[in-house]
Design a protein around this ligand. Structure first.
Ligand SMILES: [Zn+2]
Ligand SMILES: [Zn+2]
Length: 177
């Protein structure tokens, strides 16, 4: 809340919120949360946030980083440790061995606390990699909402075969990662 609004009445303060833009849709709301969560990410290769949602309620969140209590890529003296893999189409993919992807961390958080995520949706600031997509299918996620496409051609076939929905949601004011 900005300082200059603090002396106004409650209604005026509420009005000041609307000056910042129209009321967010549910998709904009959850994707905005995903972008905010991505700012906790610690892998220097990219900052990704994920939010698992069912019936407009947040069930779990995650960002990409090292496992709990292990050194993060962004720690002092830390660094990403990259491995390369070759996709069947011949393209080379690079990943960081230190890091758990945001989607998997969101699933892990749900598992840790005993939260069922079956038949839910997930908002991710980037489209999932093929490995995360396979897990998202098996935990019963029905719809993946993503902001930025990441090698989306690698997951197209599996998306089609699995029947999982893939929907792009961009948030103009925040839509970057
Ligand atoms: Zn890293
Ligand atoms: Zn992944």
């Amino acid at each position: 809340m900005s300082e200059e609004k603090s002396s106004l009445s409650c209604c005026s303060v509420a009005g000041s919120v609307s000056l910042q833009g129209e009321r967010l849709s549910w998709n904009e709301y959850f994707m905005s949360v995903a972008h905010l969560i991505s700012r906790r990410a610690t892998c220097t290769r990219g900052h990704i946030g994920a939010v698992i949602v069912r019936e407009n309620n947040i069930l779990s969140t995650g960002y990409n980083g090292a496992p709990s209590a292990l050194p993060h890529c962004s720690d002092n003296g830390g660094t990403c440790r990259i491995y390369k893999s070759i996709h069947p189409d011949g393209t080379i993919e690079e990943n960081c061995v230190n890091t758990i992807h945001a989607e998997i961390n969101a699933i892990a958080q749900a598992a840790k606390h005993g939260v069922s995520i079956r038949d839910s949706g997930i908002y991710i600031t980037s489209s999932p990699c093929i490995h995360c997509l396979k897990v998202l299918i098996n935990v019963g996620i029905k719809t993946i909402y993503y902001a930025n496409p990441y090698k989306i051609e690698h997951i197209a076939e599996l998306v089609k075969l699995s029947g999982i929905q893939l929907v792009q949601v961009t948030v103009d004011s925040i839509g970057r990662s």
